[in-house]
Design a protein around this ligand. Structure first.
Ligand SMILES: C[S@@+](CC[C@H](N)C(=O)[O-])C[C@H]1O[C@@H](n2cnc3c(N)ncnc32)[C@H](O)[C@@H]1O
Length: 390
């Protein structure tokens, strides 16, 4: 059988909604981050989807695609993998590809017709497990004593886990030969700060020092008490304003979760000045650009308050990412968590690669801020760095 014929045979059965489940394995390259991909059908809002579960060394990531988008997804799978093992309603199919895509295609009749389960399995394999009691999550009121996640705290639990996944991904960028310094700006109740400490120090045994900083004195006192009670001796909380935090000791990773408005920019600016290796920042409400924004060509959009607000937030995050890439960071805007959990769902991830910025990137940035009449706070904070790429 030819390669193209094999794909058409699989797609035909999948389009007829006969797939029960499948596993795609045998990466073509040993270095492939994804080790295998599981496929299962599921119904989302009445529309048939195929869920692709990407299995990495330690984490799982999911993508749900419609039937229209599935052929491209399958092509991508076969670019990286050589084996397909599928259960269909009436048959089992085994596909083995040679390095040059010679196809071995074997189909075996099912002894008994298989049933398709289209239910969305909401239980997810989190880095912090849903049933294990974690002392810090119990103290922060996310779990009960027996490790059950409280219903009203489930969204928070998901957010914490998602953030820990990003931290896990960033590990390769952190120093290995000395104490890693981490700062959580606007730490608030510090769910994230504790989770980060637990994951990196307690579970991974890394040498690190974590600081949470916030304006609120009582909250900080409470957090210090919890850290003390749990014996987290390299975790400290300080009362302070991000803007005035001028500790010269360089920080390796700066994180912020929902630091309001320009508090996020203050944190990003501090991170750049330290040359922090990793920045993970989920911004919050955005007012600065909303006030400045003037672009007559966009009035059809901007006349609507709601659209103006959302546009300002998206443009601000784009400006932040562009500034970071102009000052030596590889910056990406990623989905932090699904919209149903929180609408504040963009995460700025930046790794300090020191890659020089191109003139074109600088020109694109200048044109964009000029078009919007924007005077970004972050730009003002980093003028000397940005002047180097004029
Ligand atoms: C929405 S809360 C988020 C708290 C926490 N990161 C979380 O996600 O649970 C924002 C926090 O940022 C703090 N904050 C805002 N502006 C700040 C500043 N200039 N300096 C320090 N903390 C600030 C607030 O006090 C508040 O606790």
């Amino acid at each position: 059988m030819e390669f193209q014929q094999m794909k058409e045979a699989l797609l035909e059965r999948i389009e007829q909604q006969q797939l029960v489940q499948a596993t795609i394995s045998q990466p073509r390259l040993k270095s492939n981050d994804v080790k295998r991909i599981k496929l299962k059908p599921l119904m989302l809002k009445g529309i048939y989807h195929i869920q692709l579960e990407y299995q990495y060394e330690r984490i799982l990531k999911h993508e749900n695609v419609t039937l229209d988008a599935f052929p491209a997804a399958l092509d991508a799978c076969f670019e990286d993998f050589r084996q397909f093992q599928g259960e269909f309603v009436d048959e089992q199919i085994h596909v083995q590809l040679s390095k040059k895509n010679k196809v071995l295609f074997k189909t075996t009749k099912q002894q008994q017709k298989k049933e398709v389960n289209l239910a969305h399995n909401r239980k997810k394999n989190y880095l912090l497990d849903e049933t294990t009691p974690y002392p810090f999550l119990i103290r922060l009121g996310v779990q009960t004593e027996d490790g059950t996640v409280k219903k009203q705290k489930y969204d928070k639990f998901k957010q914490i886990n998602r953030f820990v996944e990003f931290i896990d991904d960033a590990l390769a960028h952190l120093p290995k030969d000395r104490t890693i310094r981490i700062l959580d700006f606007g730490s608030g109740k510090s769910y994230l700060t504790f989770a980060l400490y637990h994951y990196l120090k307690v579970e991974k045994g890394l040498d690190l020092h974590v600081t949470g900083l916030d304006l609120k004195k009582e909250v900080i006192e409470e957090c210090n008490q919890i850290a003390h009670d749990l014996g987290y001796d390299q975790l400290e909380f300080l009362v302070g304003d991000i803007n005035d935090y001028n500790d010269e000791t360089a920080v390796d990773m700066v994180v912020t979760l929902h630091a309001c408005d320009v508090a996020t920019d203050m944190a990003l600016a501090r991170a750049v000045k330290w040359g922090a290796k990793v920045i993970l920042s989920v911004p919050c409400c955005q007012h600065e650009l909303n006030r400045q924004l003037q672009a007559p060509a966009l009035n059809v959009m901007l006349q609507h308050g709601l659209i103006r607000e959302r546009f300002a937030a998206l443009a601000t995050d784009s400006i932040r990412a562009q500034i970071l890439s102009l000052v030596g960071y590889e910056a990406q805007l990623l989905e932090f968590i699904d919209m149903e959990n929180t609408p504040k769902n963009i995460l700025i991830r930046a790794y300090h690669t020191r890659k020089p910025a191109t003139q074109e990137a600088r020109e694109q940035y200048d044109a964009f801020v000029q078009f919007l009449s924007a005077k970004p706070f972050l730009h003002n904070e980093l003028t000397t760095y940005l002047d180097e790429v004029k």
